[in-house]
Design a protein around this ligand. Structure first.
Ligand code: KIV
Length: 272
């Protein structure tokens, strides 16, 4: 069932701003490989994020810090080959943009040129303003990311809700306004109080896409493997699981093992 207000043959950064203006919520999920991206795109998602969460869900690292620019480009090009409609956003990984604006631009250009992605996402506010401006000046669309920014996990120390205190909430609103002013096309807000997220969404004209940020924002994003229930140890309150694939896949694979051992598989119809 589609609740789209308007059919978008191809979603662009402009479509997202139009969706916000018309009150249509934006759907966004992560994907990191061709097969999954094909399913996600075919199901009608608006935006696919090739997130640096690939470091966790694809490579098994504890944090997003170890994933490299080359690895992000590999994941992004696999996703790009699969899609017909969705807008593709690719995370600039930790260490590829923090040192200076020139390095940030070089990294963003590599992503765009080598993967064919449509835009990039960077974590942070005023401390990376010059890098964002430099990337935007080169004609590369930028999505911001505020609130819980997992690349700074060692600074925060925990993955708990951010901006509960007034000082941090004020800084976050200022950063969101700055990101809009310099030209970002959207912002991800991660794990902040719903009331604050709604206030941010109402104070800018660009779409605010939330994860753990309540329903007063302009769209929602989840990590695909979490919402499909392929991961099962990560259980934050904001996560809605639409399937329990961890259990279903485990059962299917156990059954296959049994069938091979018992010589039930392959049967007469499954051979030449
Ligand atoms: O990398 C990622 O998956 C993300 C989302 C959590 C927004 O940045």
């Amino acid at each position: 069932m589609s609740l789209a207000k308007k059919e978008y043959k191809r979603v662009t950064v402009k479509s997202l701003v139009d969706m916000k203006a018309s009150g249509e919520k934006i759907s966004m999920l992560t994907a990191y490989d061709y097969t999954m991206a094909k399913i996600v795109d075919g199901a009608g998602i608006d935006v696919i994020l090739v997130g640096d969460s690939a470091s966790n869900v694809m490579a098994g690292h504890e944090t997003t810090l170890p994933i490299t620019l080359d690895q992000m480009i590999y994941h992004a090009s696999s996703v790009i080959r699969a899609i017909d409609r969705a807008l593709i956003v690719v995370d600039l990984p930790f260490g590829s943009y923090q040192s200076d604006p020139k390095e940030a631009l070089r990294s963003a250009i590599r992503i765009m040129k080598e993967s064919g992605a449509h835009s990039v996402k960077l974590e942070g506010g005023k401390e990376i303003k010059e890098s964002i401006k430099r990337i935007l000046n080169a004609g590369i669309p930028v999505m911001g990311h505020l609130g819980l920014t997992p690349q700074s996990i060692y600074k925060f120390g925990t993955y708990t809700v951010r901006a509960k205190e007034e000082e941090e909430a004020i800084r976050l609103i200022q950063d969101a306004k700055m990101l809009e002013r310099v030209g970002c096309f959207a912002i991800v807000l991660e794990k902040i109080p719903a009331k604050l997220a709604k206030q941010v969404a109402e104070s800018v004209n660009i779409p605010i896409i939330g994860i753990g940020a309540g329903n007063g924002v302009d769209g929602q994003v989840l990590v695909l493997h979490d919402m499909l229930g392929m991961t099962h140890e990560f259980n934050p309150r904001f996560l809605r699981r639409y399937l329990n694939l961890y259990e279903d896949m485990t059962n299917a694979i156990s059954q296959y093992v049994c069938d091979v051992k018992s010589q039930d598989f392959p049967n007469d119809n499954e051979q030449y």
